[in-house]
Every structure is written in structure tokens, then in C-alpha cells.
Design a protein around this ligand. Structure first.
Ligand SMILES: [Zn+2]
Ligand SMILES: [Zn+2]
Ligand SMILES: [Zn+2]
Length: 266
């Protein structure tokens, strides 16, 4: 937190340095991001992320989409180099240039609309200076879809704002991911029941109007009955160590850079 001297903000434990949350999901076939939070670029540099085949958005709150423009780099990395005339747009005298590859971006229909308002230049053809706008094909996530060999279902949750979580499966192992909500509809709890790994928001110990907090998060986890669970989206009320002391077996606070192997859960 800017301008805060609390025990979390001044902690020497690297697990207490919390960037805004997102996730990087990989399969044998590729990788996708869940959300493009403000520190996306710094996180990609730190964790050596070079390959992104798609983006899945949970909702258009700024702490989840502010760095969306940075997908341009993945357009370039996924693109192909083609020969061109030196005076062609974007060639700047060179005889070849990169054609960026558009990224599929899955989101709720309301979120797609909000993204066009927040980033009005997305989808407008790049100017003659060449490739500088994100090249994105937005896809309505309401219908379950397959991406990088994984089956994905968007699950609407209550956050006082259009918002969804995701259920991701490779056919044998499954991952539930809900970054923001204050309530999970019964149908969604039923859909998540028995998921191998559940990643779920837990802002703090005290209640909050639009986020799950400790008691409610644990209540949902009991009903979902995942094999294991990780908390995300914590504020600066508690240190990582303090969280560990408050959580039952099988539930852990996540931290920046945490890697989990979903297929290994048994
Ligand atoms: Zn603080
Ligand atoms: Zn939010
Ligand atoms: Zn959030």
C-alpha cells in the first residue's frame, strides 16, 4: 500500500510483497494469462514469461486489466517475420517486419464492452507507424471453450460488478479460480464441488462489501471441498505468517511467484 508503514508493507518476508493478482496457466500445448493486472510486465520479466497464447479476463476492474496494453509484446513474440518493401508502413527502411499474431481474449460480454470503453483504441487498425495497438480477438466466454488443450468454463460470481471465475480442466485434473466476489451462487458452488485445486479470494479477516473475507471464504471452501485451496487477493491486514496460523489444513495463502502443479494432486 502506498504510504503505509504497517507490518505487512514493511515486512522483510518476500511473500508479503503483494502485486495485484493474476495467474499464468500452462499446459503441454501452450499458456494463457488470467487477467492483466497493473504489474503484469514486471511479473513477466521476473518469472521469465515469454509465451502467452490467450488471455482470460475475470472482470474489468483496474486491478485486473490495467496492463492489458502490454499484450502487444505477446502479439509480437507470437508473430511471424515477413519480407516487405523498405518504404512499407512500419518497415522504416527494413526489408522484413513482424506481423503480430492476434490474441484471443475470453471475457463476459459486459466485460468486453467495458474493455472497449477503457481501451477505445483496441480494434482500430494500427496507423502507418506499424504495430502499436494490442491485436485482440475478444471472445464471449459464456459458452464453455477450449484453449491450449484445456477445457474452460466461466462461472459468474457476485462482486457488485460483472465478474466471473473459471473452472479449468485437462480431463483428469481440475482447477477453480475466483479472484473477486462477495458471494458465489449455489449453482457455481455445485459446479466447483470436488475440484482438485481451488484458488479463491480472501481479502482480509474483517468483512467487506464486495470481497470474500476469512469466514465466508472458509465457508465456501468447506462446501466446495477441494483437495487443496489457495487464497489470493489479500490486502495488507495480515502477514503471510499470520495467514498461515489462521487457516485449516489444506488451505494456504498464495504469494507472488507461487507455482502449483495441478495434475499432481492426489
Ligand atoms: Zn500496509
Ligand atoms: Zn474487482
Ligand atoms: Zn480485484
Amino acid at each position: 500500500m502506498i504510504g503505509c508503514d504497517c507490518p505487512v508493507c514493511t515486512s522483510a518476508d518476500p511473500r508479503d510483497k503483494r502485486r495485484r493478482c493474476g495467474a499464468y496457466v500452462t499446459s503441454k500445448e501452450g499458456a494463457f494469462l488470467i487477467d492483466t493486472p497493473p504489474e503484469l510486465r514486471l511479473a513477466c520479466l521476473e518469472y521469465g514469461i515469454r509465451k502467452v497464447d490467450a488471455v482470460l479476463l475475470t472482470h474489468a476492474h483496474m486491478d485486473h486489466v490495467a496492463a492489458f496494453d502490454d499484450v502487444r509484446r505477446f502479439n509480437t513474440l507470437n508473430g511471424t517475420r515477413v519480407p516487405c518493401a523498405p518504404d512499407a508502413p512500419g518497415a522504416f527502411g527494413r526489408t522484413s517486419r513482424v506481423i503480430g499474431k492476434p490474441l484471443a481474449c475470453y471475457a463476459l460480454p459486459e466485460t468486453i464492452e467495458q474493455m472497449h470503453t477503457i481501451f477505445p483504441y483496441i480494434g482500430i487498425e494500427s496507423g502507418k507507424n506499424g504495430l502499436f495497438r494490442p491485436q485482440v480477438a475478444f471472445v464471449d466466454n459464456t459458452v464453455p471453450f477450449e484453449v491450449v488443450g484445456l477445457r474452460v468454463e466461466a462461472l459468474r460470481v457476485e462482486h457488485g460488478f460483472p465478474c466471473c471465475g473459471y473452472l479449468i480442466s485437462d480431463g483428469s485434473a481440475s482447477l477453480g479460480y475466483i479472484s473477486d466476489c462477495h458471494a458465489i451462487p449455489d449453482g457455481v458452488v455445485a459446479r466447483l464441488k470436488g475440484v482438485d485445486t481451488m484458488v479463491i479470494n480472501c481479502l482480509r479477516e474483517r468483512d467487506h462489501a464486495t470481497h470474500l473475507c476469512l469466514a465466508r471464504t472458509l465457508g465456501y471452501l468447506e462446501r466446495i471441498a477441494s483437495k487443496r485451496a489457495y487464497l489470493i487477493h489479500m490486502c495488507h491486514d495480515l502477514t503471510h505468517r499470520q495467514w498461515l496460523e489462521k487457516l485449516p489444513p489444506g488451505v494456504e495463502p498464495a504469494y507472488d511467484g507461487l507455482e502449483i502443479e495441478v495434475s499432481e494432486v492426489s
